[in-house]
Design a protein around this ligand. Structure first.
Ligand SMILES: Cc1cc2nc3c(=O)[nH]c(=O)nc-3n(C[C@H](O)[C@H](O)[C@H](O)COP(=O)(O)OP(=O)(O)OC[C@H]3O[C@@H](n4cnc5c(N)ncnc54)[C@H](O)[C@@H]3O)c2cc1C
Length: 340
């Protein structure tokens, strides 16, 4: 029977742990925090679950992903709608006016800025995207790789922010959802322990959802993340009357926070969440500058050369800006494809 070490109990680590346990592997999950959750960690406030780092809406169009999540908890349906506050007005975001181009070759562009201007035009770029990118990541969009375009909300989907078929929030919260996944006789968990790769030599195989640069002792240099601090307040008055719009983006630098969330609309609790960009040490958003992508590719190539011993998954393990459903899909694929 193979013994597997999984580093990190975020959504990626928990999904692959469950998949391998169900295949009969003995799995030990190591997590630096006191419980599973990672970036999706939440905490019970009154009768609802409020995310520690900012609103987390699970969305997917993938049946396999939905079926897997649904085994461990129900999702309470929600429809995510967003406004953006610019020059004194709260307007629908993304704007209805932007239409999907028929074709688009990313190779043609040098930066995220170039491709954004081409799609949304210079005016909307300046108003909605330029300051927002600088504020959120601390980097000008002209330094960011054009590939990031696929991760940026550009088109309005009949009033909806997301295009996926299913949108919801776990009724029991994310921490309980992940605990349910880890609740299997073949899975042991070790919390409050930040492990180093060298401590795991007794295992037959390692799955690493921590930072890939850290695993390799930063041999190609450090990969940088932007952090965020999420503050919960009851003293902030929600400024718009539309009850369904749970989130307002604040791209301009004259406001210190970048996003406000009305948890009354999302979770039925009277709290407002304010996200302050670039505060703290959370590995929240990979800063995918064109230089960082080259560095990341070197790490991924090195990872490929040891894939008979270690696999790298998740936001930190692949240094990619992934949504939760993508993490689930990748973790399921890995759990199925590993040959033991
Ligand atoms: C503010 C914010 C809002 C978001 N909103 C959404 C949303 O609405 N919808 C959506 O789909 N996605 C959203 N995301 C993205 C989503 O949070 C991530 O895609 C997902 O949680 C990543 O999961 P992961 O398991 O790959 O990594 P993580 O969640 O980062 O988990 C990695 C875990 O590994 C642990 N770890 C790392 N190194 C070690 C070590 N050496 N030893 C022990 N433990 C270690 C960490 O403590 C952490 O718990 C959001 C992200 C942020 C920051």
């Amino acid at each position: 029977m193979k013994s597997i070490a999984i580093v990190g109990a975020g959504i990626s680590g928990c999904v692959v742990a469950r998949k391998l346990a169900e295949r009969g592997c003995r799995v030990t999950v190591f997590e630096a925090n006191a419980n599973p959750g990672g970036l999706a960690e939440d905490r019970k406030v009154e009768d609802a679950y409020i995310p520690l780092w900012g609103p987390h809406i699970f969305r997917t169009s993938n049946k396999q992903v939905y079926k897997f999540i649904n085994r461990f908890c129900k999702l309470s349906a929600t429809t995510h709608r967003v406004r953006i506050y610019v020059d004194g007005s709260y307007v629908v975001f993304p704007p209805d006016s932007i239409k999907k181009p028929a074709t688009m070759s990313i190779d043609y562009y040098a930066s995220l800025k170039d491709i954004l201007i081409d799609i949304v035009g210079p005016q909307i770029y300046c108003k909605y995207y330029e300051e927002y990118t600088q504020k959120k990541l601390g980097v000008d969009a002209s330094y960011l790789a054009p590939q990031i375009i696929s991760l940026i909300p550009l088109f309005n989907h009949k009033g909806r922010y997301f295009s996926e078929i299913i949108e919801g929030i776990p009724e029991v919260g994310y921490v309980t959802l992940f605990q349910n996944m880890l609740d299997h006789k073949m899975i042991s968990t070790v919390y409050n322990l930040f492990v180093a790769a060298r401590e795991l030599h007794s295992f037959d195989y390692i799955i690493w959802s921590g930072r890939i640069d850290e695993y390799f002792d930063y041999c190609f240099g450090e990969l940088f993340f932007a952090s965020v601090r999420h503050e919960i307040s009851q003293n902030w008055t929600w400024p718009i009357s539309e009850k369904e719009e749970a989130v307002i983006n604040f791209p301009q630098t004259n406001v210190p926070y970048i996003r406000a969330t009305n948890y009354q609309a999302l979770n039925s609790v009277p709290y407002i969440g304010l996200e302050y960009p670039l505060e703290g040490n959370l590995c929240a958003y990979p800063i995918l500058t064109s230089k960082a992508v080259i560095k990341r590719n070197k790490y991924i190539e090195k990872a490929e050369s040891i894939k008979d011993k270690v696999s790298f998954i998740g936001r930190q393990g692949r240094f990619e800006y992934s949504s939760m459903d993508r993490c689930v899909l990748n973790a399921l694929k890995l759990g199925i494809s590993l040959k033991f």
